[in-house]
Every structure is written in structure tokens, then in C-alpha cells.
Design a protein around this ligand. Sequence first.
Ligand code: E4P
Length: 217
Amino acid sequence: MKFFVDTADIAAIAELNALGIVDGVTTNPSLIKKSGRDILEVTREIAELVDGPVSAEVVATEAEAMIAEGRKLANIADNIAIKLPLTWDGLKACKTLSAEGHMINVTLCFSANQALLAAKAGASFISPFIGRLDDINLDGMQLIADIRQIYDNYGFETEILAASIRTVNHVTEAARIGADVMTAPPEVIQKLAQHPLTDKGLEQFLKDAEAAGIKIV
Ligand code: E4P
């Protein structure tokens, strides 16, 4: 499973990237707002830092304007994935921009039928939002499972990018179901390393090491 980081915070991306666990980055207008940076400037910096796809989202809502914005974003670097919302106009823009050879991440996906349309329109990634479905008492993980089955049934190559991940259990479940990619905030990715038994075991080992006078260097 590929790991994307869902943030526009350069320092946080750099820290995770140094571990070699970052396969890409996703941003959205809310994350750009949080960063307080200009979208073109911060996206360029992220794309220089990370080798994999960096998703940058359009803000237009009409296909022609989305296409113009998408081309401008794609011009920033070769590893930009243009992020388009799953609307009818977004699908039109997806068809045009993917035919031009751009990577497209179709975002704000909340149903299997939307995912089917995005794949047919040439999306490189489909982003089902797990957490936002869970927020309204729907089963985000069932959506990932449905899309996996449908894409496998027909051999679609669009990658399933599990998004709106809020917990470490979301990561485990999405991986178990076979999502190709997950994108999560840096805090959630860091939590993947935590386990209370690891902390407890280490505490005991360190006590015993001190008692035994173990010194290595
Ligand atoms: C993904 O590309 C989105 O930017 C993100 O995962 C949305 O997450 P949220 O629902 O926690 O805002």
C-alpha cells in the first residue's frame, strides 16, 4: 500500500519523507488555507521535496475553467496530480486532462457509482472519503470494498486512494480490503508506530539493561 501525506505543511512532509515512507502528498483548498501559503508556491515546494504524485486541487466549478486551472497546476512540476471534484463538470475535465497525459485525482467520492464514472473518465486516482461517511453514520469502509470489487470485476486501473482517514484502524481496514493508496494527516501516520505493549516492553528492557550494566557504545 502506498502512503500519501494529507497536508500542505512542508516541515511535516519533510520529516516523514526522511523516513522513506512517503509515496506522495495530497492537498485540498482547506489544507492550503491552513498552511497560509500561496497554492502555486507551496505546491512547487512540495513537488520538489517528494518524488511521487502531489495532488493539487482546482477551485473552478465549470469544466473549461477547471481545465485551464488544471493545466496551470500541472505546469508546476511533472509529478502533479490534478485534483478534480466528482461533479459532472469535473468528469468532463477529467476526460480532457487525462487524455492530455496528466495524472488526475478525482476527489469527494462518496459512492461506488461515482467511482465507476471516474474510472471510465480516465482518472488515475479515485478518492473515496471514509471519515466523512463515518461522520454521518454511513460505512466508509464498505465503500472502499465496493469500489475494489467493481474495479477488479472490470480491470479498471484507476488506483483507489482511501482518503479522509482519521484513525489508525482506518489504515488497517483500507489495507486489508486492498486500497492501493491511503492518504492521512501526519499525526495519524505517526500513530501507526505506537503500541502500548511496545512502550511497556521497552520500559522493562531498559530497566533490565540498567540493572545488568549493559553498555554497547
Ligand atoms: C484527501 O485528498 C482529502 O484532502 C482529505 O483526505 C480530506 O480529509 P478530511 O475529511 O479529514 O478533511
